[in-house]
Ligand binder design. Structure first.
Ligand code: HEC
Ligand code: HEC
Ligand code: HEC
Ligand code: HEC
Length: 166
């Protein structure tokens, strides 16, 4: 008669400890392999981040000129009314968009002109969370019908001018 199973020699690959060991080894190799694959080359060179990132940001092209001063040198007619009005604290490019190329090439690269009610409303529309002690607010839906804001307010000096912007 054959004896019970316990007498047979258990193969190495059937040992539970060996199997667990193999699983751990495979997971480790996978982990290290994937880590090599996914971690960017420049990670850790100068700290706990990807150091190429610095270079990449410095390569972005400039979009904005250096404040309103970069515009007022040429636009003296705007300057005359702008600096005495309540929009004086805004940069020209807040409304006219990024325009770094325009001063060197005024005819070919023109800044945008945005004069919709919605655009002015992005700062002046009444909002619950917007303190009207800081910025005067109007209800876009009811304030003076549907006419363009610049029909009545000169955007460069928005204190009301009867008869339209000058
Ligand atoms: C070197 C002089 C110069 C500088 C600096 C300059 N501009 Fe101009 N800009 C011009 C000229 C010239 C025109 C064209 C005028 C025309 O069309 O009659 C113009 C036109 C414009 C227009 C009207 C565009 C259109 O479609 O009619 C806007 C808006 C404008 N500039 C904004 C700016 C802003 C904002 C800046 C600052 C970033 C600026 N400018 C700096 C010379 C300049
Ligand atoms: C609050 C938004 C706003 C700001 C800030 C602003 N603009 Fe304007 N700008 C406008 C609008 C809107 C028009 C179009 C006006 C119209 O349709 O009558 C305009 C028109 C212009 C024009 C063409 C017509 C004109 O009046 O000569 C020039 C040039 C110009 N802006 C330059 C400037 C410069 C330079 C600055 C900064 C000193 C500036 N703007 C700041 C909103 C703005
Ligand atoms: C980037 C935000 C911003 C945008 C866009 C903007 N404004 Fe203003 N506006 C201001 C600030 C800031 C003031 C000064 C504080 C105040 O009086 O509300 C002001 C003031 C005003 C005033 C009060 C003027 C006064 O002297 O009592 C009027 C009217 C006005 N803006 C109209 C406009 C119109 C029209 C446009 C669109 C062409 C516009 N605003 C776009 C920020 C903005
Ligand atoms: C038909 C002319 C007209 C149009 C169009 C118009 N407004 Fe006015 N706005 C006025 C008058 C007049 C006042 C002054 C009313 C008052 O004091 O009650 C005024 C007042 C304001 C004030 C408050 C100024 C203060 O000192 O209290 C703001 C902000 C304003 N307007 C922004 C705008 C904006 C933004 C638009 C475009 C969405 C616009 N307005 C369109 C005529 C106009």
């Amino acid at each position: 008669m054959k004896n019970s199973d316990s007498d047979q020699k258990v193969k190495l690959t059937d040992q539970p400890l060996f199997r667990i060991g193999m699983i751990i080894a495979i997971v480790l190799v996978l982990f290290i392999g994937l880590q090599q694959w996914f971690i960017p080359k420049s990670f850790g060179k100068t700290g706990h981040y990807r150091s190429d990132n610095i270079q990449e940001w410095t390569e972005h092209e400039l979009q904005y000129a250096a404040g309103s001063d970069a515009c007022l040198t040429c636009h003296s007619n705007v300057k005359n009314i702008f600096l005495s009005g309540s929009h004086e604290q805004l940069n020209c490019e807040t409304c006219h968009g990024p325009a770094v190329k325009h001063p060197n090439n005024p005819m070919d690269s023109k800044p945008s002109i945005e004069s919709s009610r919605e655009f002015c409303g992005s700062c002046h529309q009444t909002l619950t969370g917007r303190p009207d002690t800081v910025i005067t607010q109007i209800d876009l839906g009811t304030h003076m019908g549907f006419a363009n804001c610049s029909d009545c307010h000169q955007p460069h000096n928005p204190g009301f001018k009867f008869g339209g912007a000058d």
